[in-house]
Design a protein around this ligand. Structure first.
Ligand code: ASP
Ligand code: MG
Length: 410
């Protein structure tokens, strides 16, 4: 017998028929002898609908009241799911975030979970009930309802799994696992049986959107094995696990696990700045003061005492960053400020590259063969990212998928 936490996203509970389908799946797991905790999202589109209602009244609704409003979406689904379970004779009990004692800080709209008092839920499980918990919400120490930020139900699932010491946290969604890359770009993309937490985090930060990044971090930190699987078709999904677990089972480690990409990038260059200590700080200081996140950074080797400095930001921050740089250009002694918001980032991710040389050159060769110019490069221990012109993104992803034979299992 195992204790399993299952999280079903908005599309999986998008209408009454689907909620009944979830109930049947849950009953199937219970009949195999497992204890089940279910976390549900709001029905798809519901959170957006509620936000639109509030914004129809005020462009910036009071955060506390917004959380009271948004938490109702999940409250609807926990009740409907329990009604469906009980109808089939399966004892079940619903819990709002507050009832589940999911205690958070008081940062409305983006609260963080601080503790979970799980005794009541444990008693229900021991009494043979399925426990159904509203995702995305909690309660602060004064009893105010809080929400965890968009996509926060994943985090609720993982946090509950950690608190209850569950054997596995299953995230049910509309795809049947984590793929080597987006199948809409590469039809030959393959579902991975396993991927490590480290790789999953790099994939997520580089643009893969299967899981909320915070939930992956949380699961990794608390040793909760995570599985991503489809609520519409049966299958093993993808297990997100620890490198040590792969080693213990002497599983073959793949050289490259996947290719992530991100179109929402822009790059800015400050040309001809004096090459002296402190220059990086004087360029990036005002950018970070404006709360703009910088991703890749390159500084060219200086000639004639000057240097060029290039970095990337999210495309939404492009205009604002350009403005900030132009305001400071004279003071920096820069010759020119330029930028390009038609770029994209492409990243190769795999723990195997730690122990294998030559991955980068194989990557650059594959891109060169397609005539794709690399504009920037950055690397970490298990990731190589390049910036290319946006128009080459899909070609680049396909070329790399082929060059590293990702359509074939290791
Ligand atoms: N319903 C919330 C949202 O749409 C939380 C979630 O689905 O994870 O962001
Ligand atoms: Mg979601």
């Amino acid at each position: 017998m195992a204790l399993i936490v299952q999280k079903y996203g908005g599309t999986s509970v998008g209408n009454i028929e689907r909620i009944q389908n979830v109930a049947e799946k849950v009953i199937g797991w219970r009949e195999r002898g497992h204890q089940i905790v279910v976390v549900v999202s709001a029905m798809s589109g519901e959170t957006d609908r509620l936000i639109a209602l509030a914004k129809a009244i005020a462009s910036r609704p009071p955060p506390r009241e917004l959380d009271v409003l948004l938490s109702t979406g999940e409250q609807v689904t926990i009740a409907l799911l329990c009604i469906a379970l009980e109808k089939h004779g399966c004892p079940a009990r619903s819990y709002t975030g507050g009832q589940a004692r999911i205690l958070t800080d008081n940062a409305f709209n983006k609260a963080r979970i601080q503790a979970i008092e799980a005794d009541a839920m444990r008693a229900d499980l021991d009494a043979g009930r399925v426990v159904v918990v509203a995702g995305f919400q909690g309660v602060d120490e004064d009893g105010n309802i809080t929400t965890l930020g968009r996509g926060g139900s994943d985090t609720t699932g993982v946090a509950l799994a950690a608190a209850l010491k569950a054997d596995e946290c299953q995230i049910y969604t509309d795809v049947d696992g984590v793929y080597t890359t987006d199948p809409r770009v590469v039809p030959e993309a393959r579902r991975l049986d396993r991927i490590t937490f480290e790789e999953m985090l790099e994939m997520a930060s580089a643009g893969s959107k299967v899981l909320q990044i915070r939930s992956v971090e949380f699961a990794g930190k608390h040793n909760v094995p995570l599985r991503v699987l489809s609520s519409f078709q049966d299958g093993p999904g993808t297990l997100i696990t620890f490198e040590e677990a792969l080693e213990a089972e002497s599983m073959e480690k793949e050289l490259i696990s996947g290719i992530a990409f991100n179109r929402d990038e822009a790059k800015l260059t400050v040309l001809g700045v004096p090459d002296r200590p402190g220059i990086a700080f004087s360029i990036l200081g005002p950018v970070s003061d404006a709360n703009i996140e910088v991703d890749m950074i390159i500084q060219n080797i200086g000639r004639d005492g000057t240097t060029d400095f290039t970095f990337t930001v999210h495309r939404n921050d492009y205009e604002r960053t350009l403005e900030i740089l132009r305001q400071h250009a004279a003071q920096l002694g820069a010759r020119e400020v330029s930028g390009d918001n038609r770029i994209a980032k492409l990243s190769l991710v795999g723990i195997g590259m730690r122990s294998h040389a030559g991955v980068a050159s194989r990557m650059f060769e594959a891109l060169a063969k397609e005539g794709i110019n690399i504009r920037m490069i950055s690397t970490s221990e298990i990731k190589i990212s390049v910036v290319v012109d946006e128009k080459y993104l899909e070609l680049g992803v396909r070329a790399l998928h082929e060059a590293f034979e990702l359509d074939k299992a290791a």
